[in-house]
Design a protein around this ligand. Structure first.
Ligand code: XCC
Ligand code: SF4
Length: 653
């Protein structure tokens, strides 16, 4: 990795970095310059899980090690570089799966409270999805009320977290062939909590010392994320808050309004954000804001909480992960309200440079220097009002030093699995048939999921945008979530006009259906929607009988969080070729890396890969897609269609 990277391709971000410096305010980009990544930690070769260490067993620099050297590369207990690398990787998966699992659990708890009528302000918005879940989970519908049905669904879901034996309920959603692969390997998750606890146990000093078996349990914990915690979170959120449908909104720091009380909500769980979306528009709150000299209340979002309320309410997004501090730097944010995950501790210091109140709300995520307002699902409306009032009261404290970048882009979001079927097939024939047909006939070459974070070790947004542009140019339909979705939305790729960047085949399909070539599917837990979409493609027929047969690929080009590794692992174990950028955390062990990058394909049909250059990354993904097309025998169709298009172009001349 180069020592000096360009900070960002986003002009709004660059402008605010400069303002932060003028204001003498220290931000993530500065800290990334000062704190260099530890080279031994970066390659996964530092073990610090017991007090005989920490043991550092780095790969020799700039040359192959001899087999003798490799044998001697061990920690005090004798742990090999493979074991150390696998343990570190496994622990990332445990933490990532735990984060999504705990998110799912909290949603399930709220769902139960809603079913019991104990959570005023919340309700059941998507009755159809409730019934679908009831049918799927074997819950009796009969003449019962929605609440009674929800109560029983809550019981089924609750068991998924604490079950000791058996299988997670959503495992049955996967293609049959995939389920059989997992069962044969003994990797079907029993309970979400159990798999994570067992993985932590196995990585303790002196337990599992075979990287194969450490990675097998890692898969089990990761599947408990993708087909467990994340999937349940998405489903129950849809039932309570509504299944997203396409919605037009705007993104980037330009959505901050100078004359309004600006309330920025940041984090991951939608329960609080949903209430704020409701309360911030209430007439008494808006009236109160006016008494303080503001024109109104502007609720905006950041990171995945933003994705949740964007998809369901069209709430504008101020930016992605690396812009969280920069929003404060505008000088126009009255309150930054956070829940859990991806919240930088640096926010507290940046908030001190301005009038912004940093409000923490979750007992699991406390930040020194913040104001803590405990959010309680059972008293959500009252607390929501208290938060909004606190923000409004802070409006008169604004300084004179305000600068809001002009940049904001239009975007369409809200492509749930359900809406994709409707859009493609129509309300009465909702299906994936048209998508499969267009893949088979070659107009669409394949489908890519591009997801994940920002990372200041690479140029902000650049890798996302370059990769996605290259993919759509080559007729690959792109599905996105997380901060990656925000990067390309800012770059104008999530509007129908973006078909101008798409290849002719993909553009023709998008224009016929009226969708952008890059679809926003939601937050990081909504990666589960991508699993369901892939499964629907398999079930629709004509593209093989397993996810690993599909011409699809996945990427997290600017990843940074442990959740991203968990997501990657469950995609790989579900049969998807998955490529990460930025840095790769097992480079210190050749054997382990080969196992993940090569041998995995024989086991799962999918595998990991690493490539920081977005052009090369696109090439690798497209090559994989073409390989799958060839195996399906549909490679020729694409040649024909491209030939037809060239002829048509010639005729039009
Ligand atoms: Fe966090 Fe989800 Fe990563 Fe963004 S993409 S930095 S995890 S907010 Ni999930
Ligand atoms: Fe070192 Fe082994 Fe302890 Fe790890 S477990 S710190 S390799 S002695």
């Amino acid at each position: 990795m180069a020592d000096k990277v360009e900070k960002s391709i986003d002009p709004a971000t660059l402008e605010m970095i400069e303002k932060a410096h003028q204001d003498g305010c220290n931000i993530v980009f500065d800290r990334a310059d000062i704190v260099k990544p530890c080279p031994i930690g970066a390659e996964g070769s530092c073990c610090r899980i017991c007090a005989m260490g920490p043991c550092r067993v780095p790969m020799p620099k700039s040359r192959e090690e001899t087999p003798e050297e490799h044998k001697k590369r061990r920690g005090v207990c004798g742990a090999t570089a493979e074991t150390i690398g696998a343990r570190n990787f496994a622990r990332m998966i445990a933490a990532g799966s735990a984060a999504h699992g705990d998110h799912g659990r909290r949603v399930a708890e709220l769902f139960k409270a809603v079913a019991e009528g104990k959570a005023p302000g919340y309700g059941i918005k998507d009755e159809q999805k409730l019934m679908q879940l009831a049918l799927e989970f074997g819950v009796n519908i009969g003449e019962r009320t929605n609440e009674e049905i929800a109560r029983d669904i809550a019981d089924v879901v609750e068991k998924d977290f604490g079950r000791q034996d058996g299988e997670l309920v959503c495992i049955r959603r996967a293609p049959l062939k995939r389920q059989e692969i997992w069962r044969k390997l003994g990797e079907v998750p029993r309970g979400i909590d159990r798999e994570i606890v067992e993985l932590m146990h196995r990585t303790h000093m002196g337990v599992d010392q075979d990287y194969h078996s450490l990675m097998a349990q890692s898969t089990r914990a990761a599947l408990a994320d993708g087909w467990g915690g994340s999937m349940l979170a998405t489903d129950l959120q849809d039932v309570m808050f509504g299944t997203p449908a396409p919605v037009l909104s705007q993104i980037n720091l330009g959505v901050i309004k100078e004359e309004d009380v600006n309330i920025l909500i940041h984090g991951h769980e939608p329960a609080l954000a949903e209430i704020l979306a409701l309360v911030s528009q209430s007439t008494d709150m808006v009236a109160y804001a006016k008494t303080k000299g503001a024109k109104g209340i502007n609720l905006i979002g950041m990171c995945c909480t933003a994705n949740e309320i964007l998809m369901r309410h069209g709430v504008p997004i101020a930016g992605n992960f690396l812009q969280q501090e920069l929003a404060i730097v505008t000088g126009a944010i009255e309150a930054l309200v956070v829940d859990v995950q991806c919240i930088m501790q640096g926010l507290a210091d940046v908030a001190q440079c301005y009038h912004t109140k940093l409000i923490t709300t979750d007992e699991r995520a406390r930040i020194p220097g913040s104001t803590y307002i405990h959010f309680d699902d059972l008293n959500a409306l009252e607390i929501g009002k208290q938060i909004i009032r606190t923000a409004i009261d802070n409006f008169p404290n604004r300084g004179k030093n305000i600068r809001i970048p002009r940049q904001k882009s239009d975007m369409i979001a809200g492509f749930s699995h359900e809406t994709i079927t409707y859009l493609l097939g129509g309300l009465f024939r909702a299906s994936y048939r048209p998508l499969n047909d267009n893949i088979i006939n070659g107009r669409i070459r394949g489908v890519a999921g591009v997801v994940g974070c920002n990372n200041p070790r690479v140029t902000h947004d650049d890798i996302h945008v370059t990769l996605v542009k290259e993919l759509i140019k080559n007729d690959v339909l792109v599905l996105q979530t997380g901060c990656s979705a925000m990067a390309t939305a800012k770059a104008g790729l999530m509007v129908p006009e973006a078909t101008q960047f798409a290849g002719e085949g993909l553009a023709s399909v998008c224009e016929a259906v009226g969708i952008p070539p890059v679809l926003h599917l939601g937050s990081c837990v909504d990666n589960a929607r991508i699993l369901i979409a892939a499964t629907a493609m398999v079930k629709e027929g004509g593209l093989g009988d397993d996810i690993s047969d599909l011409p699809v690929a996945g990427a997290a080009p600017e990843w940074m969080s442990e959740k991203a590794i968990s997501i990657g692992q469950y995609f790989v174990a579900s049969g998807v070729y998955t490529i990460f950028g930025a840095t790769w955390p097992t480079i210190g062990s050749r054997e382990l890396t080969d196992y993940l990058f090569k041998d995995y394909e024989k086991i799962y049909g999918g595998k990991w890969d690493f490539e920081p250059d977005p052009q090369k990354m696109a090439r690798l993904m497209i090559d994989h897609i073409d390989k799958k097309r060839k195996a399906l025998g549909i490679d020729k169709a694409r040649e024909r269609i491209l030939y037809d298009m060239a002829m048509r172009r010639d005729l039009e001349k």
